[in-house]
Write a protein that binds this ligand. Structure first.
Ligand code: SAH
Length: 502
């Protein structure tokens, strides 16, 4: 049984612009064959189980020749695999998608095509340029600026100028002088608005506003590089009014997120939604203590306790898995009251149908201890990390409240030392590094080395304890107003010097 090739348009870079159907195809792939223009954020969506074949690693002259790509697609499909051929933008817009499908059609291998969002429209849109507009342009022309052999451009400039439509040139950075001269010679007014959008829809997007007459000079000043669009036409005049992407509060900010892999998602997505260029570097993970006789024992005698306290989602999961493993469910908890350290831990309880009776005003160990000390009339059971903060137990002990403190999970720092990350940090690649617990600080420092130059970025810390851990290593810190992900995101916005205009 032979497999199948699905040609998928990856969109211009922003992973949100990958189509629903394209994402589904990617998730079911055995092999993904991709080009240089597919963004890292889209490549992250490839399942770990799929093999990746990069056919465009170097600049175009080093990339895998087209015949070889066709051959790879054929071989993989004939071996019975589900092959996704992933291409930047839309596969049929200067993407050679047609050629690849023709080669497959000749062999009888089954194929399918899933269109993508082309950069020709989307990169312009993210630059605040609508490619058509009733007042300014009634047609759109997408043109390649790639020279044929011999270096000449096969473009009928006079015909283009006559259309009075919006002109979008792809692959035109090198040929920019030839394109500008061609249009001017064909009679286009030098005052016609023109623009370039570099790395459109991606966090590092830059736009250059000019007129046809000044475009070369402006692009040279800004050192615009490929991939970039050249857009010529009156619609370019709307960019200043309509640009929204570059105005996002974290646009251009590079943020390293150090949360454990399984919980990084929300924070990263929220930061990306505000325009940040996010790199995930999960530097700790948690592992439930298994078996955990102390916890089983305590849960068997849950009636001895008045309160059960949890301090993280990982603790809630360890507790719940243990309870279920004992063949019990929520009914076994009887009348015990539940305390959670903060809203996220409270939500983790909610996921199992349990509501916290107590969440302290300030989400940290000391405040939870104080609040519990006040509320408790009987014994307290704490199910938390092996290295849980003593501030919680000190507060209980100080108030004479009896407690059992059981370690139900531990933090593992098994991240390999990363010289690459160290170099990037020292070169100032990141504006911010987020720390959501003191253990993420320790995990991060162990990965880059305590002797690394750590004052090159600002550490965005979820709370005071996290910040004091970071300060030990010379990290410059900012502290969130509350120990929540939303407050951390708010902190990033403020640290980026953004004043929300109401
Ligand atoms: N099939 C692709 C185009 C491939 S040709 C599509 O539909 O988008 C490659 C050219 O596309 C680049 O030279 C550049 O002009 C343009 N391009 C691709 N991605 C881009 C991006 N994110 N921003 C600006 N231009 C881009």
């Amino acid at each position: 049984m032979s497999g199948k090739v699905t040609l998928v348009g990856a969109g211009p870079g922003d992973p949100g612009l990958l189509t629903v159907k394209g994402l589904r195809a990617l998730e079911q792939a055995d092999v993904v064959v991709y080009d240089r223009l597919v963004s890292a954020a889209v490549l992250e969506r490839i399942p770990a189980s799929a093999r990746r074949i990069d056919v465009g690693k170097e600049a175009s002259h080093h990339s895998v020749p087209q015949e070889r790509i066709n051959q790879i697609l054929l071989e993989e499909a004939l071996a019975g695999r589900n092959v996704v051929r992933l291409k930047g933008g839309d596969p049929f817009v200067f993407g050679r998608g047609g050629e690849e499908l023709q080669a497959l059609a000749r062999t009888g291998v089954e194929f399918e095509e899933i269109p993508g969002v082309t950069s020709a429209i989307a990169a312009a849109a993210y630059g605040g340029i609508p490619v058509t507009h009733r007042d300014y342009a009634s047609s759109l022309h997408i043109v390649t600026g790639h020279a044929r052999e011999g270096g000449t451009l096969d473009i009928d400039f006079e015909a283009l100028v006559r259309t009075k439509g919006t002109l979008v040139f792809l692959m035109g950075v090198t040929a920019l002088p030839v394109i500008v001269k061609g249009l001017l010679d064909a009679g286009m007014d030098g005052g016609t608005p023109a623009a370039m959008v570099e790395r459109g829809t991606m966090p590092g997007q830059r736009r250059c506003d000019a007129t046809l007459g000044t475009l070369r000079e402006r692009a040279a000043e800004m050192e615009i590089r490929s991939p970039a669009l050249i857009i010529v036409g009156d619609v370019c005049g709307l960019a200043r009014e309509l640009c929204w992407f570059e105005k996002l509060p974290l646009h251009g900010k590079r943020v390293l997120v150090t949360r454990p892999g399984d919980r990084a998602g929300t924070l990263s997505d929220k930061l990306r939604g505000l325009g940040a260029d996010v790199t995930e570097f999960p530097c700790i993970r948690t592992e439930a203590v298994r078996p955990c006789p102390a916890m089983e024992n305590a849960l068997d005698r849950i009636g001895d306790y008045q309160w059960l306290g949890v301090t993280s989602a990982a603790g809630v999961e360890a507790f719940w898995t243990c309870l279920r493993g004992m063949g019990k469910d929520a009914r076994a908890l009887g009348g015990v009251k539940l305390a959670a350290i903060g809203s996220a831990t409270g939500k983790a309880l909610e996921a199992h149908g349990l509501t916290a009776d107590l969440i302290p005003e300030v989400y940290d160990a000391a405040h939870m201890g104080e609040a519990l000390a006040k509320a408790a009339e009987g014994k307290v059971l704490l199910l938390r990390a092996e290295e849980g903060s003593p501030a919680l137990t000190d507060a209980l002990a100080g108030a004479g409240v009896a407690y059992d403190d059981i370690a139900v999970y531990r933090t593992i720092y098994d991240n390999p030392r990363s010289e690459e990350l160290r170099r990037e940090i020292e070169a100032g690649k990141f504006d911010f590094v987020t720390f959501t617990s003191a253990s993420t600080v320790r995990g991060f420092v162990s990965a880059v080395g305590a002797d690394a130059y750590l004052s090159r970025f600002v550490g965005l810390c979820i709370g005071k304890q996290t910040a004091s851990e970071a300060k030990k290593y010379g990290i410059r810190v900012e502290i969130a107003e509350r120990a929540t992900i939303d407050a951390l995101v708010e902190l990033a916005k403020n640290a980026a010097g953004y004043d929300e205009k109401i």
